[in-house]
Design a protein around this ligand. Structure first.
Ligand SMILES: [Zn+2]
Length: 369
């Protein structure tokens, strides 16, 4: 359909209204139960929408579809299964669907991981464990699950998904080993999306459970295998999320584009930057040290860094100024001051503080008067 007013969401909303109306009718006139003609007209493609209306409607719709010799409620493309995993289904509903013959594979777990719902992970996993082909999917589904769990800012559930995946991988150690580049990529995703708690867990518990280190140096062959098996088929990470990797070429040379600190700065994760700078054990190892050109570099790279942020980095966190000039001060004056819990909020106040700290610029005192 080309008409924009008839898009998929629109159709689903209409369908929801119809199904809700039918549900009311069914409550008032129990003898209408079944409504076979309606269900047959709908077909199996709308199971998720219709089934979410009520348990009675779900049972009637499911029964009609199965009676029509359709043993698969959803078409079993991998995309549809990810959607099924992403949908907010109760454990009861998942159980009903499986009992009614819903045909699923590991892709439902990817959807449930994106939503960060541990109960759904357990429920889907329980149903998959009866299914022999699941074991062959383990090695790529588990890495994709964690990568897709960390994709937006402020999602504490991501940590639950990481715990779940690492513990599942441990329990299946004979069948699956998490790829080493996965741990490093997760660390960089944490920096990008500002998940510091998840990063700390990864650095302590994650490394211990996987019995692997986080390292930026990866062999060309390992990286290719990871791209072919995990990243490309599932779009589990963007190409620019790999720019930290130091690929070890066959001639022994290696090159990297950005460090963990660069990544946190680039994506404006001020808290992550501050936290990283305090972690001594990460310095030099992962590039968690302040960048070579210090605060001057950070202000030029991080478009969200304001005057208060610089004052904090330089005074509390011992970040060097680097080649700081009046040009950096001028850049800060053009930026809005972030709201913070600590007053005062004015940009002028923080510029004065910056100069009081001994900023090596050549500004005249009149500039911030
Ligand atoms: Zn200045």
């Amino acid at each position: 359909m080309t008409d924009a007013s008839c898009d998929d969401a629109h159709v689903r909303r209409l369908l929801m209204m119809v199904a809700t109306g039918l549900n009311r009718l069914r409550e008032q006139h129990p003898w209408l139960d079944g409504l076979p003609r309606v269900w047959q007209m709908l077909g199996r493609g709308y199971w998720l929408t219709v089934a979410s209306v009520s348990r009675g409607i779900r049972a009637a719709y499911t029964k009609e579809l199965l009676d029509g010799a359709l043993t698969t409620l959803l078409n079993n493309s991998s995309r549809t299964m990810v959607q099924a995993g992403r949908a907010e289904l109760s454990c009861d509903m998942i159980g009903d669907a499986i009992d009614a013959g819903l045909d699923v594979d590991g892709h439902v777990l990817i959807g449930a991981a994106e939503r960060g719902c541990e109960a759904a992970l357990n429920q889907w996993h329980l149903s998959l464990s009866q299914w022999p082909a699941w074991h062959t999917q383990l090695s790529y589904v588990l890495p994709v699950m964690v990568l897709r769990a960390i994709g937006v800012k402020e999602r504490p559930e991501a940590l639950e998904v990481l715990r779940w995946v690492f513990n599942t991988a441990i329990s299946k150690r004979a069948e699956v080993q998490l790829p080493q580049v996965l741990l490093t990529l997760l660390a960089f995703k944490c920096a990008r999306y500002g998940h510091f708690d998840t990063f700390c867990w990864l650095y302590t518990e994650g490394r211990r459970l996987a019995q692997q280190d986080i390292t930026v140096t990866v062999s060309e062959a390992d990286l290719k295998a990871f791209k072919d098996e995990v990243l490309a088929p599932f779009r589990a990470a963007r190409t620019d999320e790999l720019s930290f990797i130091k690929v070890l070429r066959t001639d022994g040379t290696a090159r990297t584009l950005c460090t963990l600190m660069d990544s946190a700065i680039w994506f404006g994760q001020e808290e992550f930057v501050a936290a990283l700078s305090r972690i001594q054990w990460l310095q030099n190892e992962m590039g968690a040290d302040w960048p070579h050109d210090g605060a001057a570099h950070i202000v030029r790279k991080g478009k969200d860094v304001d005057a208060r942020g610089v004052v904090r980095m330089v005074s509390d966190l011992a970040c060097p100024w680097g080649p700081w000039t009046s040009a950096e001060c001028a850049l800060l004056r053009t930026r809005p001051q972030h709201r913070s819990a600590v007053p005062p909020q004015s940009a002028q106040h923080w510029m004065q503080q910056l100069h009081a700290l001994g900023c090596p610029c050549g500004c005249s005192p009149a500039d911030d008067a």
